[in-house]
Design a protein around this ligand. Structure first.
Ligand code: C2O
Length: 548
């Protein structure tokens, strides 16, 4: 089937956190935006009509885009932004994947309010889930809310070289809930349940800069999928979800009839320290239908901001549900990469006209290369026409320039801390198997980075703390049923090992899904060459591809 939508992106007036009539950018006047619901094998067609004052692109987070590479969406990587007044039609097939994904703007900080769910049902519908069919399904989307205009915030960060500050609130389905000032009752998402029914919660972290803990008072979860990949059922009281990630969890309404808060609270976000930032949380209310009326709403006990044990337990215990016909871990590796991810500093850039030139500015990097998107044309167009001069270079390194203790306090390695801006890609042969060790640095701050790869899922073979040590890590690799994901939360002060097969030609962004870090250069691009046949090759660009 073809599932068609029109996304009118424009101004929406909304009152939130004591601020009446804030103007935000939204799709079809909704926050979160419209849900796209399809079955595996369907074709999605979305007509983007940009009535906002900003450039706009939409990324379909987690969709492989095989044969529809021009629909992936990251600005200047696969397309130029759609200018105000312009339009573009995204057309892609959803094959070989099912579960909970989402879509978001991939230009400036606009994804703060331009986002929504993308649900892929199995071909056989809800009866084809590899777990007992739930009675109902509910989308739970987390976000971050700024009182300021997010486009202006990003512009200011670019001009000064000083990252934008933290959000003013976390949200559940666009609403902050009862624990922020001026939260009116219409600013709390209500969720009615029937006693004994089973709910499939499709949990999506659309927040810009913050991994989140999620709990529901007096209820527990059984996780059945993450990033639209089925997992071995995993029982837990807390769900941990990094920006970009999704978790599908079954929840049985088996508590005493009453009112309970569901709450999302920050874990180890980009800002190292923190009250009031780290002490705030978003809530929604779960209410039993026809239950005794009560004035008490029970609040779950939330983990501490730096509760890495709880986060790591959840994130490292998930394993894949091995199903016939699903991809298995490639055992032969063609290319091994060790890639540092973290924050550093750089000189003021020419466009940073408000930069204090006597000091350096923050710049984040991978293997000490701080990614800056090209300006003249998109990288995918440059790749397609093979005119890459002035757009990108093919010298992204497989190792960091210097090897040092990434995690000790003495890690303020001058060479590594200081970075320069560039647009480097790593070229891969079609079908090459890549193993990447993502090593966190703590040059500036020790924190987790949610690393997202476009165009592929990858297997997470192992993760741990400290410096990656191949001798001790290799025996820990799960080569049998490792979780498959499109975004891995690289442990704070630690590492993660991922593996994927480059069987999708095109230009694929890999980056930190903290918007603040992405903006400072925490990214790189894989350039995957064409395969031997027309259907393993990059197709020609669509006629309406926006030009810069
Ligand atoms: Cu969800 Cu490149 O991002």
């Amino acid at each position: 089937a073809i599932v068609e939508h029109t996304f009118n992106v424009g101004n929406l007036s909304i009152s939130q956190l004591c601020q009446p009539d804030r103007i935000i950018t939204a799709v079809n006047g909704q926050l979160p935006g419209p849900t796209i619901r399809v079955s595996e094998g369907d074709t999605v067609v979305v007509h983007l009509v940009n009535e906002s004052p900003y450039g706009m692109t939409i990324h379909w987070h987690g969709i492989f885009q095989r044969g529809s590479q021009w629909a992936d969406g990251p600005a200047m990587v696969t397309q130029c932004p759609v200018q105000p007044g312009g339009n573009y039609t995204y057309r892609f097939n959803v094959t070989g994947q099912e579960g909970t994904l989402w879509w978001h703007a991939h230009f400036s900080f606009l994804r703060a309010t331009v986002y929504g769910a993308l649900i892929i049902l199995p071909r056989g519908g809800v009866n084809a889930y590899p777990f007992a069919k739930p009675d109902r399904e509910e989308i739970i989307m987390f976000g971050e809310w700024w009182n300021a205009n997010v486009f202006d915030l990003q512009q200011m960060a670019l001009l000064t070289g000083i990252p934008a500050g933290p959000a003013d609130a976390y949200t559940i389905n666009g609403k902050p809930g009862d624990f922020y000032n001026c939260s009116a009752s219409n600013q709390t998402h209500m969720f009615e349940v029937k006693k004994k029914e089973t709910y499939l919660l499709r949990i999506i972290n659309a927040a810009l800069n913050t991994p989140l803990f999620f709990k529901v008072a007096n209820h527990t979860f059984t996780v059945v999928a993450a990033d639209a990949c089925y997992t071995t059922p995993y029982k837990t009281e807390v769900v941990v979800v990094g920006p970009g990630q999704t978790v599908d969890a079954l929840m049985v309404a088996d508590a005493a009839a009453g009112r309970y808060y569901m709450a999302a609270s920050p874990y180890d976000s980009g800002i190292p320290s923190g009250p009031p930032f780290s002490k705030t949380f978003a809530t929604a209310v779960l209410e039993y239908a026809g239950g005794p009326s009560t004035t008490t709403t029970w609040l779950p006990e939330l983990p501490e901001f730096k509760d890495t044990d709880t986060a790591h337990r959840f994130l490292s215990n998930l394993t894949a549900l091995v199903l016939p016909g699903k991809p298995t871990v490639p055992l032969a590796v063609d290319t091994r990469m060790l890639v540092t991810v973290g924050m550093g500093v750089a000189d003021c850039q020419p466009e940073q006209t408000l930069c204090n030139r006597s000091s350096t500015v923050f710049a984040s990097s991978m293997n000490n290369a701080s990614f800056v998107p090209p300006r003249s044309t998109s990288m995918l167009e440059a790749h397609y026409s093979n005119v890459t001069a002035g757009v990108y270079t093919r010298d992204f390194p497989d190792r960091p320039p210097v090897v040092f203790d990434y995690t000790a306090d003495a890690s303020d390695n001058a060479t590594m801390q200081y970075t320069t801006k560039s647009t480097k890609v790593r070229t891969l042969r079609y079908n090459e198997t890549v193993e990447m060790v993502l090593q966190n640095t703590r040059l500036i701050a020790k924190e987790s980075h949610p690393m997202h790869l476009h165009g592929f899922n990858f297997f997470v073979l192992a993760q741990g703390f400290g410096n990656y040590n191949p001798t001790t890590a290799a025996p820990q690799f799960n080569l049998v049923n490792p979780q498959e994901r499109n975004t891995v939360l690289v442990p704070t002060g630690g590492w993660a090992v991922i593996r994927f097969v480059a069987d999708n030609p095109g230009m694929w962004y890999m980056h930190c899904h903290f918007e603040a870090h992405l903006d400072l250069g925490l990214g790189m691009v894989f350039e995957v060459q064409d395969g031997p046949t027309p259907d393993t090759s990059l197709p020609a660009p669509p006629k309406d591809l926006p030009q810069c």
